[in-house]
Design a protein around this ligand. Structure first.
Ligand code: F6P
Length: 334
């Protein structure tokens, strides 16, 4: 069992509620399971909220037991369902959510999601003082306070499996492929999957590459007798998405060019071992954190150690692409 050295017990913590919010991520079910089982292990009552903040507002809150989370460890998606709630962004919405929480005597929340989810949790804590523990669940890996977010490993494995298949066609037909992966504001999926799939170039929102530089790199490959190339593009890149970029490059570079958008296949599917273990550990640690008095915080795992970061800090800290990883990707692509 993880030892928690800091913080003091919330003496009146009896009943918690868990929910998933924002984009679903593979491993969310394993995190729900971890939270529920840990809560019961420590003698707490646990409720499940359907469709994230919308469920808090509409009172879709039901007790859960150990069997409620049987046979879900290997399943993608989220049994609690998820939503991006616009009503929770309003004062009236948050008031309704607070009333429902009070009515059921819920003392604390466990919120599984990404930055949007935690922004909501932070505001809610500020306004109503409901203790919340966040569990980072997003394929984007764009939260500070943890090395990895739940779903990132599965999503990158899914992307790599698809890119490997595209490579077969690229190489058989001497083509240049632009493959768009998810990441509205972040290039983590793009960088990791591009390295693993051996792509020639990566375009991400955090760094401006520009079309000139990209063409230079592709020409360099051609001179080095490369007959096909793969460019992995994060959807939120400044240079544009895969279609836009392909159009621009096509005008100036003589290569048969194709585009594949991977889209939501990256969000679904069976979670990898890494995501299941990460999610289980975080679920348990979330409950232990609340019991130890950590509130308005996000659980994380850094260098294999459980950590708790105040949500405001996790949101404030910019997660940048590691320079050495970026450089390595460039070297590997030559
Ligand atoms: O936050 C995860 C994510 O998959 C982003 O990478 C992507 O931009 C966004 O969600 C898409 O969201 P939605 O499924 O709501 O369109």
């Amino acid at each position: 069992m993880t030892m928690i050295k800091e913080g003091k017990k919330i003496t009146n913590l009896k009943r918690i509620a868990v929910f998933t919010s924002g984009g679903d991520a593979p491993g969310m079910n394993a995190a729900i399971r971890g939270t529920v089982r840990a809560a019961l292990y420590y003698g707490l009552e646990v409720y499940g909220v359907k469709r994230g903040y919308d469920g808090l507002i509409n009172g879709k809150i039901k007790p859960m037991n150990s069997r409620s989370v049987s046979n879900i460890i290997h399943r993608g998606g989220t049994i609690l369902k998820s939503a991006r709630s616009s009503e929770f962004r309003t004062k009236e919405g948050r008031k309704k959510a607070y009333n429902n929480i009070k009515k059921l005597g819920i003392d604390a929340l466990v919120a599984i999601g990404g930055d949007g989810t935690f922004t909501g949790a932070s505001l809610f804590y500020e306004e109503y003082g409901i203790p919340t523990m966040g569990i980072p669940g997003t394929i984007d890996n764009d939260l500070a306070g943890t090395d990895f977010t739940i779903g990132y490993d599965t999503a990158t494995n899914t992307a790599v499996e698809a890119i490997d298949k595209i490579r077969d066609t690229a190489s058989s037909h001497n083509r240049l492929f632009f493959i768009e992966v998810m990441g509205r504001d972040s290039g983590f999926i793009a960088v990791r999957s591009a390295i693993a799939a051996g792509a020639e170039a990566i375009i991400v929102p955090e760094k401006y590459t520009g079309v000139d530089d990209l063409i230079e790199r592709l020409e360099f490959g051609q001179k080095n007798k490369k007959t096909s190339s793969l460019v992995v593009v994060a959807e939120g890149s400044v240079e544009g998405g895969a279609f836009e970029l392909a159009q621009q490059v096509k005008k100036r570079f003589d290569y048969e060019t194709k585009v594949t958008i991977l889209g939501h296949i990256q969000r679904g599917g069976t979670p990898t071992v890494a995501d299941r273990v990460l999610a289980g550990r975080m679920g348990v640690a979330a409950v232990q954190g609340l019991l130890a008095g950590k509130i308005d915080s996000m659980v994380g795992i850094i260098h294999n150690q459980i950590t708790y970061t105040p949500i405001a800090e996790a949101l404030k800290m910019d997660r940048e692409i590691n320079e050495s990883v970026w450089e390595t990707a460039k070297i590997l692509a030559t």
